[in-house]
Design a protein around this ligand. Structure first.
Ligand code: ZN
Length: 304
């Protein structure tokens, strides 16, 4: 299918660890996350990505909380689900995968995707006004051993890897993992992570930043999307649509104050409208299942 006729996969990145001082619509509780996921699905999202929170918005790592969110989403709709790996960032891959394994003991709380960040990078933000970094130790460590371990377990659980590429070396690692047979490109799914807001660990959230990544996209069977941490994704969305890419957007990445601090569903609606204007209407969940070759049976849903 020519890139320009491919339906548009929209992933709604609901919350990450965002607080509400810049946008009050960030969902925290299981009910809020599930309601937001449903609204995004209605607006054209086919995948939702979320992190679970305590009632005050602080990061939570509770497996049962993740399971509650997944069941609540599936009571509402059939959107594909991509949780973080239970919010645990630790060098120990067994600890990172354990919550996901527990969730998948029950098919009603087993997600469709698991994230793999295909390299290590610095997440500290530089503040030009103060000529300093806000932090100096936020290194996100993903060794080859960890990635290989996680990829193996994710496949055995029947989930699809959603591989995040912050830099060209991450893309080269994707290529190596496909070549080694550790990741299947049937097709593989890669999210290009651009970074703004002073974060130096990714390419800039500009057309040049995206193009420099695309030059090194592995010559494999790959579907790719793009997100922008701390920046407005619409600055590169048209380019991504032209090049056959997909869009991963939401308040988890950026508050979108210049658009009036909208809710996630409004961002998804804008992305869907932009896609339609490029002849690429928002893909349905079934279209995404076909596009990505998802073979795992849809999780039982209690939605009508
Ligand atoms: Zn996340």
């Amino acid at each position: 299918m020519p890139d320009t006729e491919k339906p548009l996969l929209i992933e709604a990145r609901l919350n990450e660890w965002s607080l509400r001082e810049r946008n009050p619509h960030v969902p925290w509780t299981p009910e809020e996350i599930a309601d937001d996921a449903y609204a995004c699905w209605q607006a054209g999202a086919s995948i939702v990505h979320f992190h679970v929170r305590n009632p005050d918005g602080s990061p939570a790592h509770d497996v049962e909380l993740y399971a509650r969110v997944m069941r609540a989403i599936r009571e509402r709709c059939d959107v594909l689900i991509h949780p973080t790996i239970a919010g645990v960032v630790t060098p120990d891959p067994a600890a990172r995968i354990a919550p996901l394994a527990r969730m998948c003991e029950d098919s009603s709380s087993c997600p469709d995707f698991a994230p793999l960040d295909m390299g290590s990078t610095n997440l500290d933000a530089y503040d030009a006004a103060t000529r300093s970094f806000s932090t100096e130790q936020k290194t996100y460590v993903n060794s080859i051993a960890t990635l290989r371990y996680l990829a193996g377990h994710v496949q055995r659980m029947g989930l699809k890897e959603l591989m995040c590429a912050w830099t060209v070396p991450c893309l080269r690692t994707v290529d190596a993992f496909v070549h080694a047979g550790w990741i299947r490109d049937d097709p593989a799914l890669v999210c290009v992570v651009l970074t703004e807001g002073g974060i130096q660990g990714g390419h800039p959230g500009t057309p040049e930043g995206l193009l420099s990544m695309l030059q090194f996209m592995p010559q494999r069977n790959i579907e790719w999307s793009v997100c922008c941490r701390e920046g407005n994704l619409f600055n590169v969305a048209g380019l991504a649509l032209e090049r056959g890419g997909h869009l991963s957007i939401g308040l988890g990445d950026y508050a979108y104050a210049e658009l009036g601090a909208p809710a996630n569903a409004e961002l998804v609606r804008r992305a869907a409208e932009l896609g339609a204007s490029f002849g690429r209407p928002a893909a349905s969940v079934d279209q995404v299942r076909t596009l990505l070759g998802l073979t795992r049976e849809p999780a039982p849903s209690t939605a009508n």
